[in-house]
Design a protein around this ligand. Structure first.
Ligand SMILES: NC(=O)c1ccc[n+]([C@@H]2O[C@H](COP(=O)([O-])OP(=O)(O)OC[C@H]3O[C@@H](n4cnc5c(N)ncnc54)[C@H](OP(=O)(O)O)[C@@H]3O)[C@@H](O)[C@H]2O)c1
Length: 218
């Protein structure tokens, strides 16, 4: 996020917050996960590929019998996703779309040839979603945003670790997305989160918070 807590800019497409060294760190984290999840708005706005970029890390995953990049997961209520988006068209790993019940049939029609569409209730219950992912073999899930999704994972106390990178600039545009929206967070003035690590990475800083006993400081 920016110094003023924004995840993006409403006037610029795909605002890069991190620097090269941090993008590489994120690549390593991604390579260590079984699945990555983004909200549908992030697919529409950023068109991310969500692949492991490093050839060495891709080869290491292959040697471990895994796909070169983790499974991709998204969640949507409206099902207005383009089957040609890079989320669907890039990479061999499975793509899962958890869709709210009223539009699940529409999502199946639109995306069924490029992804597995799962009816997730209305709205999609994220606690059920992570249990369903667990049943599909996902032990480690990386939630890459945006703010709507992050807010739900945090307020529903589903997060083991928060990695927060602060970029050295302000956005200053109130229409932009903030790190999180309103909600009742388990970490508040009466229950402070545990700061596990502070690391400078060139001109950004990484803050790691341990949010559950499952946190491991690798
Ligand atoms: N700086 C960063 O690291 C970073 C990372 C990721 C994203 N971003 C930015 O964040 C912005 C997007 O953030 P955002 O908060 O607007 O959106 P988001 O969290 O990416 O996606 C929100 C959308 O996900 C779906 N959704 C979320 N929870 C749901 C639930 N429980 N049930 C059903 N559907 C659910 C809905 O999709 P439908 O609208 O399809 O119903 C909702 O509109 C983008 O501009 C992107 O650039 C920044």
């Amino acid at each position: 996020m920016s110094l003023d807590g924004y995840l993006d800019s409403p006037t610029r497409t795909r605002l890069a917050m991190s620097n090269d060294a941090d993008f590489d760190r994120v690549d390593a984290v991604r390579a260590g996960c079984d699945a990555v999840l983004v909200g549908a708005a992030t697919i529409r706005n950023d068109n991310p590929r969500l692949l492991v970029r490093s050839p060495r890390r891709r080869a290491e995953r292959l040697a471990r019998g895994l796909s070169p990049s983790p499974m991709k997961v998204t969640v949507t209520e409206l099902a207005k996703l383009d089957a040609c988006a890079q989320f669907f068209s890039c990479g061999e790993a499975a793509k899962l779309v958890y869709c709210a019940s009223p539009t699940a049939a529409e999502a199946q029609q639109r995306l069924g040839s490029v992804a597995t569409v799962i009816d997730g209730g209305r709205p999609v219950d994220l606690r059920w979603l992570v249990e369903d992912l667990g049943a599909r073999g996902v032990r480690r899930l990386m939630v890459e945003g945006g703010g709507t999704v992050l807010t739900q994972f945090l307020t529903e106390n589903l997060v083991d670790e928060l990695q927060l990178v602060v970029a050295p600039f302000f956005v200053g545009e109130p229409e932009g997305r903030r790190l999180v929206g309103a909600g009742r967070f388990p970490w508040n003035p009466d229950r402070r989160a545990t700061l596990a690590e502070v690391r400078q990475i060139d001109d950004v800083v990484l803050l790691r918070y341990a949010l559950s006993p499952r946190f491991t400081s690798e």
